[in-house]
Design a protein around this ligand. Sequence first.
Ligand code: S3P
Length: 172
Amino acid sequence: MDNIFLIGFMGCGKSTVAACLQEQYEMQVIEMDQVIAESQEMSIPDIFEKRGEAYFRDLETALLNEMKTRGGQVVSCGGGVVLREENVDIMKESGTVVLLTAKPETILKRVMEDDGRPILKGKKTVEEIEKLMEVRREKYEKAADFIVSTDNKKIRKIAEEIMNQLKGESVC
Ligand code: S3P
């Protein structure tokens, strides 16, 4: 069975939707950031600060490669996995890539109180988020097999939409 990769900008709802898929559909979930932080025994901000972003990105690629050997997992990806084309190729080889989207205003509300995202340090304004989203937009859209918007939707509805789309693609 194929994996399902949830991609999208920070705060677009990947982890929440993955948790819902786990609860509602008994799917197995891999939280990439959590697995990486545990393997390094360090928080994501500490990995960025002490080892640098490139080191973190290498860990992401290694973990995605590992996912190729497993199947049937929902992989809640870090928001930056699409930055490397290699990562997109790896995901495409082992599953379906689902892009979750949200408006910058929605993102800001969701990330405001959280200091766990080094990329957004000092950039928690709608304008900065919009700018960063714009830089990444093409990569997200190119990587996606299909797109689900999360603005003003209940989590269960988003999970349902994903499952319906996947059924249409006869992935599960
Ligand atoms: C990042 C997103 C984060 C985390 C890291 C870098 C990014 O994950 O992987 O802070 O570059 O967009 P979330 O999208 O789960 O916040």
